[in-house]
Design a protein around this ligand. Structure first.
Ligand code: 6PG
Length: 482
């Protein structure tokens, strides 16, 4: 019997996906550039399964059912192109190559187009959920050549995580690099959620002076509220984890955050597409600032800027903090969906935003209960421009405003850095302000550069220039928008 699919790349994600496919009744051929790894895998975790190995790409291809499906689980970048180039001469028209890495979506756009010329279908798919997700049910976000979907669908939907209603956290995202774009935004939201949780932990530890047991218990309680999510759950576990000497391990970890680039790409795309993705972008900058450890240590000695304790009823503060965290998280997801929507329109991807929320409902790192509410919001209104105006989310945002303001104001008073909760609040303040001070910016632009402005007492689209100094003349510069 020939195999259903081949997987190239036997690092932990690749191995676990193969084992997951095998559990679901698919026959898989495993291949790795260092072929010794194939034998290790077959003798180790794959022993006693239906998984077969291959000694070369030719051998691998000969063992596949047509149309052949070859999935790359290798490092994003040149390695993907190298494998594609080696595979193409061995494949036939209609065969399918899948890239399951964290690829930057323009690379996927290019590969879909290049391979289409050769009659090969290409799928770029986000796979989220870490090692455990890959093994027992990841969230899978495939996009690329639509012709490939009917062949890939049975495998992907079988191995994907399922919601409580039994729906697979995997559906077709859209053409070109749409799947990788959605995975990129997933990771950006992941950055934002992680920073928000870190800000809450900082407020608890340095502001309220809470012990690790108290903080662990608080996050565990929060996990029984609308905040219910994987990242809140693991944060409780992390706070409860003791090192060998009995001290909380988290305090021994260097406060310098790493990153591999997906959050940064999300921010860059937001700037390119003109979307105010303030929270995720702040979370990327917060990681960058944290990594300047030596400079921070020096500056901390130079400035007299210690964190002041937060006085008052602890349980009241904790409830306010919970509401501030929830409201900020809503803003972050709302901004993320604004970006997805803009990209969908700019690229004609015709994305289904409710389906994106469903794919993130289970299996992935940002899985959380409230993604179910996001899905409901987009089902009720597929064209919803800002999630925060959906009735469910609007009520939470409105109801949280007093607590959210109190927490952010207190953080400024106490000297606690709170870039994401404060930027989320600033965003909502801006988004709900009918008249912003941008008239001043327009006046300045016209004053120094004759850039023209629209008037509130005239129709939109009509542009005016004023000779502000009496010496500048009446010539205006060409009007153009970025
Ligand atoms: C996932 C994760 C995964 C990875 C991130 C980490 O969805 O399973 O997002 O893709 O853990 O890339 O990213 P950083 O190293 O940039 O934090």
């Amino acid at each position: 019997m020939k195999a259903d699919i081949a997987v190239i790349g036997l690092a932990v994600m690749g191995q676990n996906l193969i084992l997951n496919m095998n559990d679901n009744g698919f026959k898989v051929v495993a291949f790795n550039r260092t072929v010794a790894k194939v034998d290790e895998f077959l003798e180790g975790p794959a022993k006693g399964t239906n998984i077969v190995g291959a000694t070369s790409l030719e051998d691998m291809v000969s063992k596949l059912e047509t149309p052949r499906k070859v999935m790359l689980m290798v490092r994003a970048g040149d390695v993907v192109d190298q494998f594609i180039n080696a595979l193409v001469p061995l494949l036939d028209e209609g065969d399918i190559i899948i890239d399951g890495g964290n690829t930057n979506y323009p690379d996927t756009n290019r590969r879909v187009a290049e391979l289409r010329e050769k009659g090969i279908h290409f799928v770029g798919t986000g796979v989220s959920g870490g090692e455990e997700g890959a093994r027992f049910g990841p969230s899978i976000m495939p996009g690329g050549s639509p012709e490939a979907w009917p062949f890939v669908k049975p495998i992907f939907q079988a191995i994907a995580a399922k919601t409580d209603d039994g729906e697979a956290c995997c559906d077709w995202v859209g053409r070109e690099g749409a799947g990788h774009f959605v995975k990129m935004v997933h990771n950006g939201i992941e950055y934002g959620d992680m920073q928000l949780i870190s800000e809450a932990y900082h407020f608890m530890k340095e502001g309220l002076g809470m012990s690790h047991d108290e903080m662990q218990a608080t996050f565990a309680e929060w996990n029984n509220t609308e905040l219910n999510s994987y990242l809140i759950e693991i944060s409780a576990d992390i706070l409860g984890y003791r090192d060998e000497d009995g001290e909380p391990l988290v305090e021994k970890i260097m406060d310098a955050a790493g990153q591999k680039g997906t959050g940064k790409w999300t921010g860059i795309n937001a700037l390119d597409l003109g979307i105010p993705l303030t929270l995720i972008t702040e979370s990327v900058f917060a990681r960058v600032l944290s990594s300047m450890k030596d400079q921070r240590v020096e500056a901390a000695q130079l400035f007299d800027n210690p964190i002041q304790p937060v006085e008052g009823d602890k349980s009241e503060w904790l409830e306010a903090l919970r509401q501030a965290l929830l409201a900020s998280k809503i803003i972050s997801y709302a901004q993320g969906f604004m970006l997805i929507r803009e990209a969908s329109e700019a690229n004609n991807w015709e994305l289904n935003y409710g389906n994106v929320a469903l794919m993130w409902r289970g299996g992935c790192i940002i899985r959380s209960a409230f993604l179910g509410n996001i899905r409901d919001a987009f089902e009720a209104n597929p064209e919803l421009p800002f999630l925060g105006t959906d009735a469910y989310f609007k009520d939470i945002l409105q109801g949280s405003l007093p607590a959210w303001r109190k927490v952010v104001a207190k953080s400024f008073e106490s000297g606690l850095p709170m870039p994401c909760m404060s930027s989320a609040l600033t965003f909502l303040n801006g988004y709900t302000t009918a008249r912003l001070p941008a008239n001043m910016i327009q006046a300045q632009r016209d004053y120094f550069g004759a850039h023209t402005y629209e008037r509130t007492d005239k129709a939109r689209g009509e542009f005016f220039h004023t000779n502000w100094t009496g010496t500048g003349g009446n010539i205006s510069s060409t009007t153009y928008d970025v």
